[in-house]
Design a protein around this ligand. Structure first.
Ligand SMILES: Cc1cc2nc3c(=O)[nH]c(=O)nc-3n(C[C@H](O)[C@H](O)[C@H](O)COP(=O)(O)OP(=O)(O)OC[C@H]3O[C@@H](n4cnc5c(N)ncnc54)[C@H](O)[C@@H]3O)c2cc1C
Length: 486
């Protein structure tokens, strides 16, 4: 049922009747809605906007380069409601450990702070998104729901349900691609309807699409009116007064509790500036991807993977900042054949590969994954998880993973190879489940893609299985003085 404004009453005290039954509307509807027939809007003055537009944050927890935000605050005057819904799965909250939840909550708190400084707030609701949008439509004049594309198939059911709810009620539902450089569906389309099975094919396909779009402009907050939810909806949606702590969700701090990574757009942009300074110094010395070519296991936390995963940092902003910097340093004459943003393209590749494959994170049902007869060894698996294998480098990495929620790429490669084809011969699915819980940047498709890659289970399937990372020598090479281990 949609409630509709009629008559010439000013918007702050108008008669509201359901659209379907304008004539028969009586007080009998009121108890069901829990609302009086004559409803007092929160809007303080006359000639205020009467429509309601929602920006539904899922990933993309930022204000910069946010096309969904620009759309939500554009068009006819409307009340603007930025919301995040704790539905038990959005933003990867289905399988989540303390550190990742902390990073997510810090990112939400950062958004809330930024919005409050502009006169609004972030509404943190609990419930099923589809039902929430239905209720917003029933109770308020919801006209538009904007969100960033969540391209992985695990979000399809949620988004289709929301789209159907909105479509039935004539609410505009606007989705924007900004979590990835290109639209993964457009990449697949450009490749004749099939995901490009190799990285080289992927590079070729995206080259036919041209450069990824540049970031959109920052929002202009002039004239934006933030809405307020009526108390009955605050109660019904169990709105949080303030951003909760991970303990609220029954999670407790693991390991030695060192916090190196802090979530949120503000911190991500600060890290980006530091990172670009590092990159510039490297470019000037003719080095690209410095953190990969010269891994520093004890270095400062400059990784952007968690910020990219939650969208606190726009991948397009990162990509274009890197390229513009590189072009400036090389004075418009960049050496050919260098892929300075190659790592970002891997992220893109794994997203694209999973778009139409709901079984991407499994072995047997997954059409791109080899069926490997892995061992079942719960004791070894447990020792690996607890960092008790007896191999100091592997154990140090696993303990860092559990305590901090982040380990360097070379350490991820080592522990993943060790668990699978290198030493324990245990399925990558077990490793993935553990990573998804503990990594702050854990991303369903990126994590599964890397696990399949390292275990030689998918993709080019050309990895030479005789070349495994030695858990002793490789560790010695990366950490010759044992400082990381200590
Ligand atoms: C078994 C395993 C699991 C992994 N799981 C994840 C995961 O869940 N989420 C995640 O973001 N990365 C994952 N990675 C990839 C990689 O280890 C991290 O992205 C990287 O360590 C982040 O550090 P950085 O930001 O300094 O990377 P940089 O080298 O600075 O790269 C910049 C960005 O590119 C992306 N990127 C880098 N390497 C990869 C890669 N191999 N695959 C896809 N994207 C990449 C990340 O978003 C990263 O922040 C995994 C790697 C392995 C071996």
């Amino acid at each position: 049922m949609r409630i509709q404004c009629i008559g010439r009453s000013p918007p702050h005290a108008r008669v509201i009747v359901p659209r379907e039954a304008p004539v028969t509307w009586t007080a009998t509807y009121a108890p069901a809605l829990g609302a009086p027939v004559i409803q007092q809007r929160q809007w303080p003055t006359m000639n205020r906007p009467v429509q309601m537009s929602v920006l539904w944050f899922r990933h993309g927890l930022r204000l910069h380069d946010n096309p969904a935000l620009l759309d939500a605050i554009s068009g006819p005057p409307s009340m603007f409601f930025p919301i995040f819904i704790f539905d038990g799965e959005s933003a990867g909250t289905k399988v989540i450990g303390f550190n990742r939840m902390r990073f997510l909550l810090e990112s939400l708190a950062d958004l809330d702070r930024q919005l409050r400084s502009r006169g609004g707030r972030l509404w943190l609701l609990r419930g099923d998104p589809s039902k929430i949008f239905q209720r917003l439509w029933e109770e308020l004049a919801l006209t538009k729901v904007c969100f960033e594309q969540d391209c992985e198939p695990i979000w399809n059911e949620r988004d289709q349900s929301v789209r159907a709810t909105c479509a039935e009620r004539g609410v505009r539902c606007e989705e924007f691609v900004s979590h990835t450089l290109w639209d993964p569906k457009a990449v697949i389309y450009a490749n004749g309807g099939l995901p490009p099975l190799t990285y080289q094919m992927f590079l070729h396909t995206v080259s036919t699409l041209g450069e990824p779009p540049r970031p959109v402009e920052d929002p202009d907050w002039t004239g934006v009116t933030f809405g307020t939810l009526p108390p009955r909806l605050v109660k019904e949606f169990q709105v949080f007064d303030e951003v909760p702590k991970p303990e609220y969700f029954g999670l407790s701090q693991p390991g030695y509790g060192l916090v190196r990574w802090i979530g949120g757009e503000t911190r991500a942009l600060q890290h980006l500036r530091e990172r670009l300074t590092q990159e510039e110094q490297a470019f000037r010395k003719g080095i690209i991807l410095p953190n990969q070519s010269r891994p520093d296991l004890l270095g400062p936390p400059t990784s952007q993977s968690a910020a990219l995963r939650y969208g606190c940092l726009s991948v397009r902003r990162f990509y274009w900042n890197l390229h513009d910097l590189f072009n400036a340093v090389s004075q418009g004459d960049p050496p050919a054949g260098l892929n300075i943003s190659g790592q970002l393209i891997w992220r893109e590749y794994f997203y694209t590969m999973s778009v139409y494959n709901p079984h991407y994170a499994e072995m047997s049902a997954n059409p791109i994954c080899l069926d490997v007869p892995w061992d079942k060894n719960p004791t070894f698996l447990e020792k690996w998880k607890k960092g008790q294998t007896g191999f100091p480098f592997i154990d140090a990495a696993m303990r860092q993973l559990v305590s901090e929620g982040w380990i360097h790429h070379v350490a991820r490669n080592s522990v993943a190879c060790f668990l699978t084809r290198g030493d324990l011969w245990i399925s990558w699915e077990d490793g993935l489940a553990f990573f998804l819980e503990h990594l702050i940047d854990a991303d369903w498709s990126v994590c599964a893609g890397n696990w399949m890659w390292v275990s030689s289970s998918a993709f080019e399937q050309l990895l030479d299985c005789s070349k495994c990372l030695c858990p002793v020598n490789y560790g010695r090479r990366l950490d010759p003085w044992g400082e990381y281990i200590k």
